[in-house]
Design a binder for this molecule. Structure first.
Ligand code: ZN
Length: 162
């Protein structure tokens, strides 16, 4: 386990700004701003845990951003976790609930230490998550339309038959 108190969170904003500039040089389009620690951290306003293992800094460092209440999400695997307790280690929770998450598997947490190839793998995973979510929403919409249509037809048939 990484010693949480040895992490210098203050350096992140500066380092991530430099990373963004480097990625722009490679013409790499960032799949989601939530890939960056600084942006994830910014979602944790009014977060319950001000000390202990689950502070906003430790949550963001473990890949999570806040959706609502205490529901958090990983941008790299789309896993949502809530019911956080002060004794939880966010990174360990992430690992145990989603061991195949590309961010967990990379095991670096600080994107600014990634090789460009590693960043591309993570970026691709986020693109895939977004596409899968869009496809799923499309499928649900089509299912709703079909069910609606089927109900109307059934109603018409029943009216004619009886
Ligand atoms: Zn994840």
């Amino acid at each position: 386990m990484v010693q949480l108190n040895t992490i210098n969170f203050r350096d992140y904003a500066k380092k991530e700004k430099a990373l963004l500039q480097a990625l722009q040089m490679y013409n790499i389009e960032i799949a989601s701003p939530m890939m960056f620690y600084t942006n994830r951290l910014a979602t944790f306003t009014n977060w319950t845990f001000k000390s202990g293992n689950c502070t906003a800094e430790h949550m963001a460092h473990a890949g999570f951003y806040l959706i609502q209440d205490d529901c958090t999400k990983c941008v790299f695997c789309y896993k949502e976790l809530d019911g956080w307790e002060v004794t939880d280690y966010p990174w360990d929770e992430h690992k145990s609930h989603k061991p195949d998450c590309p961010f967990v598997q990379l095991n670096k947490r600080d994107l600014t230490t990634c090789h460009i190839d590693e960043f591309i793998v993570l970026n691709s995973a986020v693109v895939k998550n977004k596409m899968m979510e869009t496809l799923q929403q499309g499928k649900e919409e089509l299912t709703r339309m079909f069910d609606d249509f089927k109900a109307k037809i059934t109603e018409k048939i029943n009216r004619v038959a009886f």
